[in-house]
Design a protein around this ligand. Structure first.
Ligand SMILES: *Cc1c(COP(=O)(O)O)cnc(C)c1O
Length: 344
């Protein structure tokens, strides 16, 4: 049995580039639940499980990579980390930098970052640079910056990020004993799908990887850079993925694919997960389920959908798109009865 109540790097030390005695910056990430999804399983005639990456300390899978990236930065003596981010990388980098006592700067596309993620980044004390440009431009600029200054870049170009994130695949492999046939996953910068494939390969496993991009931000599907990516799923609003070749190789080598889903399909899956499975994830995460519902299981019977981040990250989208209702009511018995018990 593996002890789950330890830092991720300690739990998987034999598979990660860290030695005994190296400094560890951890918030006890990883070891996330793998939840059965009875409604989806029934709809699809297969066993569908949800890997709840929103259960990580800052609410997304980015923590798996960030514990490694920031620990390695501290080992190298770095005093600052920087990233471009659609939100979750910023929130995670800010938290781990705070824990390590080093400086963090994040560059975010102006007005494009979900409220919860902005709140996290600010509360951890990061320097937030709001760029008049999109994510892809922000990333180009930070790559330039880190080439010329002693600051560590913690985007998914950073190898330690990919290494850390592969541990999710190791956990799923442990939980299912190698029975997994297909994994559905949202794809933005394509670091995560790259990580999963690496993790499964290291375990000698080869489930099919089905990656899903949002229609308005689907460079890997269209085979071209998207200049102005647009989607409600802000975490995957990326037009020029850093891990382009790696992601295509993961899809091909696993006999999987990378396909697209529309914003309507993403939001429908988002609402279904929340109102019927009881699981509130962020819109980008719902792309994995949207894709599975759209394209089907292709014969797979054991399926995992990765829910990459938790719903509270993006309250605006949740309040705008849901199956709940608000009923205005006077403070009197009759109206209360009608509001609670009457037909909706
Ligand atoms: C970062 C992120 C993604 C996309 O992962 P990539 O590694 O960029 O492909 C998907 N969902 C959420 C919630 C994220 O934070």
């Amino acid at each position: 049995m593996t002890d789950r109540h330890v830092p991720l790097i300690e739990r998987f030390r034999d598979r990660l580039p860290f030695a005994e005695g190296d400094p560890l910056v951890s918030l006890q990430e990883g070891s996330t639940p793998l939840l059965r999804a009875p409604i989806l399983s029934e709809m699809l005639g297969a066993t569908v499980r949800l890997k709840l990456e929103g259960a990580n300390p800052t609410g997304s899978f980015k923590d798996r990579g960030m514990t490694c990236a920031v620990s390695a930065a501290v080992r190298e003596g770095a005093k600052a980390v920087v990233c471009a981010s659609t939100g979750n990388t910023a929130a995670s980098a800010a938290a781990y930098a705070a824990r390590a006592g080093i400086t963090c700067a994040v560059i975010v596309p102006e007005g494009k970052i979900a409220q919860g993620k902005m709140a996290q980044t600010l509360v951890h004390g990061a320097r937030v640079i709001s760029l008049a440009g999109n994510f892809d431009q922000a990333l180009t600029l930070v790559r330039e910056l880190t080439a010329n200054h002693p600051i560590v870049l913690v985007n998914s170009v950073n190898e330690f990020r990919i290494e850390g994130q592969k541990t999710a695949a190791l956990e799923i492999h442990e939980d299912l004993g190698g029975e997994l046939e297909a994994l559905c996953i949202p794809v933005g910068n394509a670091g995560n799908i790259t990580s999963y494939w690496r993790g499964f390969r290291e375990m000698g496993a080869a489930p099919r990887l089905f990656g899903f991009q949002a229609e308005g931000a689907a460079p890997l599907v269209e085979g071209r850079v998207i200049e102005h990516p647009e989607t409600v799923a802000s975490a995957i609003r990326i037009g020029n993925p850093v891990r382009w070749e790696d992601a295509m190789a993961a899809a091909t080598d696993s006999r999987g694919s990378i396909r697209s889903v529309s914003d309507e399909e993403i939001l429908a899956a988002f609402r279904l997960l929340a109102s019927r499975e009881g699981m509130f994830c962020e819109p980008a995460s719902a792309a994995s389920v949207a894709g599975l519902l759209k394209y089907g299981t292709d014969g797979a019977e054991q399926i995992v959908c990765v829910l990459t981040g938790r719903g509270l990250k993006d309250p605006e989208t949740a309040i705008a798109h849901n199956d709940g209702m608000i009923i205005q009511c006077a403070a009197e018995t009759g109206p209360i009865e009608e509001a609670v018990l009457g037909d909706p």
